[in-house]
Structure formats: structure tokens, C-alpha cells
Design a protein around this ligand. Structure first.
Ligand SMILES: Cc1cc2nc3c(=O)[nH]c(=O)nc-3n(C[C@H](O)[C@H](O)[C@H](O)COP(=O)(O)O)c2cc1C
Ligand code: SF4
Length: 438
């Protein structure tokens, strides 16, 4: 294991993670001692429009994967329309490799609760929901406890801190489906329907929860709001890059010495993150990695110095996504890894549209054939053709995301596919997996 140099250690910018190692950080007493609810007191004295402007000025972009400007999204909520407004926090965190929202809610749930109150006040919502992944029982328990503590202390409910502002906050556990992280499927699920994406337009900003104006934001986005209120837009912009401001929690997993969450200014490189994480595991050399979860095109060792911000990763042909960097070594097979991800997408496809439902079903079968040593050269064309028919033709981003590892692994690691097809690599799957594959 390597020790990070002081200049690399200085890349760490703990803002959202700054309380995580404090004893009992999830309890309201600790939170209040460490700046907690100071931003709320400040925000309640400001005009809601000024808060929206502050978030616009900070350049904060959504942490849920797409990087949409948060202040702009809040500004889309029509004001004075006489309808109820809602804030819905997307805490579904189902993207393989992604592990930033659940630790945040487990270690520092009040950071999210405080962000929810400020954001709701800014968009004039009287009711907010946190939609949390059903399997995340521990995080949900911590969150519910934090919400109750906030009610008991007068931070939630009627006449918050004597400001005249009322807010009810509900924590809702989903049933555990990746598609329910897609914001419109999430809204359907929250309303009690089967979680499937809605046709857009109309967008949630005007027709969201119960057909009313709704902001849907990721946990990390909303937890960024209190520090911005306290520190100001310029302070936030002093971290990160021009178009990707602020710090970001990067989650490292796989063949790395110390997997975990590393919060750095946006634009840090994988080389620096690996140094912070003690390097690769002994005996392993980096071969491929995802910059932002399994829905983002793979990158290779040649991309170690790509700045991990929205623009830098896009310029390298991938997507920053959820900053879930999954690290694979020369002992891992890109064909097999892609197959495992496809099994996931096939399983999680909601079935609403044909390209994703059928395309993933068939691609899984082609991969099984290749990995069982029965693939043909034509299979590689079939895979690319299938991706071509899914990408941009699916009803939601799940279908698009499923193609990312297929096309990128064929771009960088075609030889690995050929080695299975031409018999140089021993089959990884038995012929038993091929039932129905032809
Ligand atoms: C299949 C699928 C799954 C998604 N899962 C999540 C998720 O678990 N958490 C999340 O915040 N966003 C997820 N998203 C993105 C959301 O649709 C939405 O863009 C995001 O919640 C907006 O919040 P933000 O602007 O704060 O990033 C997912 C999108 C798709 C297509
Ligand atoms: S792309 Fe997949 S998950 Fe999305 S609507 Fe179509 S079938 Fe459902």
C-alpha cells in the first residue's frame, strides 16, 4: 500500500463528509455543535427568491448523475400558481458501484434534513418527501430518527423557528427497484403506482407529484445547500472547475487498497484518487474503470489523468454520472464484467419499451454464448447493432445506460472478445447457461 504525498492529501476537501468521523455525528446535538441548523436560521431570514439566486450563483449541479444546474431547476417552479409545491429527494441510490448517498444519510442525516428544509422554503413547498431505497434499512432508521429529532426541536412542522413557515417531511421507503431512481418512475412509485417512467413533457417542474410543481433532487445535491448558504457562492466556486463547481464525493471500489468515499474538488484525477486510496491492491495493475457507475462508458489506464468533472469526463468519451469509480485490474475480464452488468440491466428493465426490454434480454444471451466459448465473429456486430437500436431509442436512461459498457468494452478491449471466440481464453460459463441462447 502506498502512502499519499502531502500535495495529494491536500486534494481532499471535506465539506459534505466533514462530520462523518465525529462520534455520534448522526445525533442532533453533535450536528448542532458542528454548524448544524445555522444555515437554516440564516436562510429563513432571506427571501426565497434570493436563495434560488444563491444556488444559481454557486453553479451547483445535480449530484444524481445528469449534472443539471440546481438553481435553474428550482427556478422552473411556477410561483403564485395556487398549487401545492413538493420537494422530493431521490435517495434510491441503485446504480451499481455507487455508494455516496447511503453513507451520507447514515453518518450525517441532519445535513440532508437541513438541506430539505431550506430547499423547500426556497421553492415554497409545504411538504417534502425523501424516497429511500427499501433495502437501506439502517440508513432509513437513522434518517427517520433525525426527522423526529428535527420535529422535536422545532426545525420541522408548524411555524419553524417562529418564522411562520410550515413544512412536513415524510421518509418513504421504496420496494427496491433500480428504475424507481429515475425521477418520474420514482414519482409514480411514491403515488402508489408501479414504478415506470412517465412521458415528458410535461416535466415534474409543472406536473410532478400529484400533478403539481415538484423539484426532484439527489441526496448529495440537497445536502450541499446548507454549506452553500453558510459559505456563500464564491466559496463554493473556489472549489472545483469553472463549469463543475464545488466538492464531490467519489466512491472507490474494486481492486483498490482502501475502498471508500473520498471527497475532493471536482476535477481531481483517478491517479490522485488512487493515491489517496493507497494505490491498487498488491499484485494488481489498473486495466479498466467506470468514472460514474455501470451506466457510464468504461475508461482505460490511459485515462488516469482525465479531470473528473462533467466536462473532462465527457471529453474523454464517458460520463461523470454518480462518480462511482469501480476499479478493475489486469486480473479482471472486461467481457465478463460487462456481462454481469447486462444481467443487472436485463433484470431491472421495467419492460415498458421494446428496445430496452428485448435488447437487454438478447444481449445477455449473446454474452453467455461468447463466455461459454461458442461465440462467433458475427456476435460482435450483433451486439453493436443491438446497442444502436437501444441507445437514443429507449423510453428512459436505463436503456441507454445498459449499452455503455458494451460499446466501450468493444472499443477498448475487442481482443478479449476475440480471445473467447477464437479459443485462446478458456470459457468462463458452462454450456448449461446457454438454454435458450440460440
Ligand atoms: C434508471 C435510472 C436510475 C436513476 N437512479 C437515480 C438514483 O438512484 N438517485 C438519483 O439521485 N438519481 C437517479 N437517477 C437520475 C434521476 O432521474 C434524476 O436525474 C435525479 O434524481 C435529479 O437530481 P439532481 O438534479 O439533484 O441530480 C436515475 C436515472 C435513471 C435513468
Ligand atoms: S428504457 Fe427500460 S427501464 Fe426505461 S422505460 Fe424502457 S423498458 Fe423501462
Amino acid at each position: 500500500m502506498t502512502t499519499p504525498r502531502p500535495e495529494t492529501l491536500a486534494k481532499l476537501t471535506p465539506v459534505l463528509t466533514k462530520r462523518w468521523l465525529s462520534p455520534d455525528a448522526w445525533q442532533i446535538g453533535t450536528y448542532e455543535q458542528l454548524d448544524g441548523y445555522a444555515a437554516l436560521r440564516k436562510a429563513l431570514k432571506a427571501h426565497p427568491d434570493d436563495l434560488i439566486q444563491l444556488i444559481k450563483d454557486s453553479g451547483l449541479r445535480g449530484r444524481g448523475g445528469a449534472g443539471f444546474p440546481t438553481g435553474l431547476k428550482w427556478g422552473f417552479i411556477p410561483q403564485g400558481d395556487g398549487k401545492p409545491h413538493y420537494l422530493v429527494v431521490n435517495a434510491d441510490e441503485g446504480e451499481p458501484g455507487t455508494c455516496k448517498d447511503l453513507p451520507l444519510m447514515t453518518h450525517d442525516p441532519h445535513a440532508l434534513v437541513e438541506g430539505v428544509i431550506i430547499a423547500s422554503y426556497a421553492i415554497r413547498a409545504a411538504r417534502a418527501y425523501i424516497y429511500i431505497r427499501g433495502e437501506a434499512v439502517h440508513a432509513a432508521r437513522r434518517l427517520r430518527n433525525a426527522v423526529q429529532e428535527a420535529y422535536d426541536k422545532g426545525y420541522l412542522g408548524r411555524n419553524i423557528l417562529h418564522s411562520g413557515y410550515d413544512l412536513e417531511l415524510v421518509v418513504h421507503s421504496g420496494a427496491g427497484a433500480y428504475i424507481c431512481g429515475e425521477e418520474t418512475a420514482l414519482l409514480d412509485s411514491l403515488e402508489g403506482f408501479r414504478g415506470q417512467p412517465r412521458l415528458r413533457p410535461p416535466f415534474p417542474a409543472t406536473h410532478g407529484l400529484y400533478a403539481s410543481p415538484t423539484v426532484v433532487n439527489n441526496v448529495g445535491t440537497i445536502a450541499s445547500v446548507p454549506p452553500i448558504v453558510l459559505g456563500g457562492a464564491d466559496w463554493w466556486k473556489s472549489m472545483g472547475t469553472e463549469k463543475s463547481s464545488g466538492p464531490m464525493i467519489y466512491s472507490l471500489s474494486g481492486r483498490v487498497a482502501n475502498p471508500g468515499q473520498y471527497e475532493c474538488s471536482m476535477g481531481v484525477t483517478l491517479r490522485e484518487l488512487l493515491e489517496l486510496a493507497g494505490g491498487m491492491q498488491p499484485g494488481h495493475n489498473l486495466r479498466f474503470w467506470t468514472p460514474g457507475g455501470s451506466s457510464t462508458p468504461l475508461l482505460a489506464a490511459e485515462h488516469l489523468d482525465v479531470p473528473l468533472d462533467f466536462e473532462g469526463v465527457a471529453a474523454a468519451g464517458s460520463i461523470l454520472g454518480t462518480t462511482a469509480t469501480q476499479i478493475f485490474s489486469d486480473q479482471d475480464c472486461p467481457v465478463y464484467a460487462t456481462y454481469r452488468w447486462l444481467e443487472f440491466y436485463h433484470h431491472e428493465s421495467c419492460g415498458k419499451c421494446t428496445p430496452c426490454r428485448e435488447g437487454n434480454y438478447w444481449m445477455v444471451r449473446v454474452y453467455r454464448r461468447i463466455l461459454a466459448g461458442q461465440g462467433t465473429h458475427e456476435d460482435l456486430d450483433t451486439l453493436l447493432d443491438t446497442c444502436d437500436n437501444i441507445l437514443g431509442r429507449s423510453f428512459c436512461g436505463l436503456g441507454d445506460g445498459a449499452t455503455s459498457s458494451v460499446t466501450s468494452s468493444l472499443q477498448y478491449f475487442k481482443q478479449d472478445y476475440l480471445d473467447y471466440i477464437e479459443g485462446r481464453t478458456a470459457p468462463k460459463l458452462s454450456e448449461k447457461t446457454l438454454v435458450g441462447a440460440h
